[in-house]
Every structure is written in C-alpha cells, then in structure tokens.
Design a protein around this ligand. Structure first.
Ligand code: P6P
Length: 336
C-alpha cells in the first residue's frame, strides 16, 4: 500500500517483490531514470540563465529543429542508461535508429529495452512553459546476449513492463506505472529526493476540459469537428473549457488530475496525426488506462496496435473514459 511522502527509493524497494523472479534490474532501471531526470531538471530549470536556450542548429529524424535542451536531455538519458549497462537497447525520438548498448553480445544478459521522448514539448522551452520526458520499457523478445533487433522495439503497447513521464513544471514530478496503478512523485530539489505526492492516481470518469489545437480545425476529420462543436454547445454539462498548451505531458497530466480529454487527430495536413506511437502514445496510454482512463486512435485501443515503424505516428484520443467514448461516437458516425 503506497504511503504518502514515502521516497521513490523506498517505494521501489517495497514494490520490487511484486515482480516474480525480479532480479532487481527493473528497479535499477527506474532508479537510473530518476537520476537522469534530476540532471535534466537542473538544466531545464536554469535554461533561462545560460546560453542553452535556442535551437541546436540541427534537425532530428522528425525534421524538427532540435533545441539544445533536447540534445542534452537525449544524451543524458542515453548515457545514464548505457553507463549502468541495465538495458540492451534504446530508441529515442532524437535518434534516427535504435541504439544497441555495447556489451550486449554475451557480456551481460540485460533483458529490457527503453523507448524515450527525452524532451516532449521542447518548442515551449524558449517561452518557459512546462515540458516533459516520456519513457516506455519492454522486455526484449530476441535471445538474451545477442544484439537487439527492430523486433525488440516494434512491440504492441500491451507488452510494456513499465511506462512513465517526468513533467518539468512549477514542480518536477515523476509519474509512472508498472501495471499496478499509477503513482506520482514530486522532487524536492533542495534534497534531490522524490516523494510520493500523488499515490494511486485516478483519471476522473468524465470532466469539463477538452485539449486540442483548434487552429487546425479546418483540416480535421468531420467526426473531430462535430465533437468540438458538441463540447462548445450550451447544455446542462457544457460548454466545456478549452485548455491546450502544446505540451502533451502537461496537458494530459492536468486532465488526469481534473478530468478531461486530449486529442491529437489526423488531419489533411498530418494524415497519421503528429504524435509517435512507440515513445509518446503507448507509454501515455499505459499510464492513462492504469489510472482508469481510455486511449485510442479514435477507433482502436492504442496498446492493441502492432507497430510497423520506429517513428510511426498515430492519431491520439486519451483521457476520461466517458469523454473519449463520446468522441469515438462522433468518429464512428462519420466513418460510415
Ligand atoms: P501542435 C510537442 O511538440 C508535441 O509533440 C506534443 O507535446 C504537443 O501536444 C504537440 O506536439 C503540439 O503540436 O501541432 O499543436 O503545436
């Protein structure tokens, strides 16, 4: 039973026994993520003070301008995981292909792979709006002691062992699940310790917040347009409130506390949506479902989808179950 104000270290040790045959590898993996998160948090929090803000001058595989903090965050998480030889492979939004951890051929028998968006919402860095890190952890499916293959990363979200995010906001939080509910830990920067501030987080079954970039309205499918109009109708439980800050981790974190729906749909300009299935939608879907919410592409459950490409994009509807189901009704009506 999680105890409020328990430290993350105590929580990990207390719950390690939940994993049959646990070698402690997953605990060490979560511990290395929390260390990397503290390093990134330190840089994000002082970004305004040193010349680290601003574009790095290169673009990533997504064709997006890489902010310097993106690169720093990517290198920090990859280095921390590699140095500890806890995983056998890493895939990152900022890296074109997956990374095989040296020594993964017989030197060690590490069984986990990590997929990560090291700094989601980084376009907000220059304007001091919250950003986040998203991570997803799987057991490898190829034989231990051999180099990882793409197969180890292209697994359906149902296979996730753990998933989480760090939100670098007014306070810095680590929110994660290992399939037994969702718990949120807040960093005390003075002590460098994380404390259980949000035990057993639950997504409200419904809410009054809808989060979508309405600037793209004219490009949306008719079902999405109809749902937005439904949200804006003057009815007993509406209009809803529109809240969208362009940082998915922050938008979904807020909605998980207050109730709401986040939608990044496909459009005529983004035929598969913008968000990536493997290291954005699957981990957020795992967390949302573990908290009692729902996550689909408007039709299919996100974690049932079989990935085909490392950086593939997918439309994303997630949040309070009743709100996602209402949005799906409009999608279904217009699909026929
Ligand atoms: P748009 C940030 O770049 C991100 O990947 C998500 O965090 C965010 O929800 C979305 O893109 C914002 O995209 O097209 O609305 O600016």
């Amino acid at each position: 039973m999680p105890k409020k104000n328990q430290t993350l270290g105590e929580f990990i040790i207390e719950n390690q026994s939940d994993f049959a045959y646990s070698s402690g590898e997953l605990s060490r993996l979560i511990n290395s993520i929390r260390l990397a998160a503290k390093v990134v948090n330190h840089e994000v929090n002082k970004a305004g003070l040193v010349d680290i803000i601003g574009a790095y001058g290169e673009t990533n595989v997504q064709g997006e301008d890489q902010q310097k903090l993106d690169v720093m965050a990517n290198e920090t998480f990859i280095q921390t995981l590699t140095n500890r030889e806890i995983v056998c492979g890493i895939a990152s939004e900022e890296s074109d292909d997956f990374i095989t951890i040296p020594g993964c051929n017989n030197d060690h028998r590490n069984k986990y792979v990590v997929l990560i968006d090291p700094l989601d919402g980084s376009s907000n860095i220059d304007v001091n709006v919250s950003v986040g890190t998203i991570f997803s952890i799987y057991r490898r499916v190829t034989p231990l002691g051999t180099p990882v293959t793409k197969e180890d990363f292209l697994q359906a979200g149902n296979n996730q062992v753990a998933a989480g995010y760090i939100i670098y906001g007014t306070s810095t939080m680590l929110v994660y699940t290992t399939g037994r509910g969702v718990n949120g830990f807040t960093l005390n920067p003075a002590l460098g310790s994380w404390y259980l501030s949000h035990p057993e987080m639950k997504f409200p079954e419904t809410g009054r917040i809808y989060s979508i970039n309405e600037g793209n309205y004219v490009h949306f499918p008719q079902g999405v347009k109809d749902y937005i109009k439904y949200c804006q109708e003057e009815k007993e439980d509406r209009p809803y409130t529109s809240r969208y800050i362009g940082s998915m981790v922050s938008d979904i974190h807020r909605n998980m506390i207050k109730g709401g729906i986040f939608i990044y749909p496909k459009s005529s300009t983004a035929t598969n949506g913008k968000l990536r299935l493997l290291y954005e939608c699957n981990p957020m879907a795992f967390i949302v479902e573990q908290a009692g919410g729902k996550a689909t592409d408007g039709f299919r459950r996100i974690m049932d989808i079989q990935p085909t490409e490392l950086h593939q994009r997918i439309p994303f509807f997630c949040g309070s179950t009743k709100m996602v189901e209402k949005a799906e009704e409009f999608m279904a009506k217009n699909e026929r």
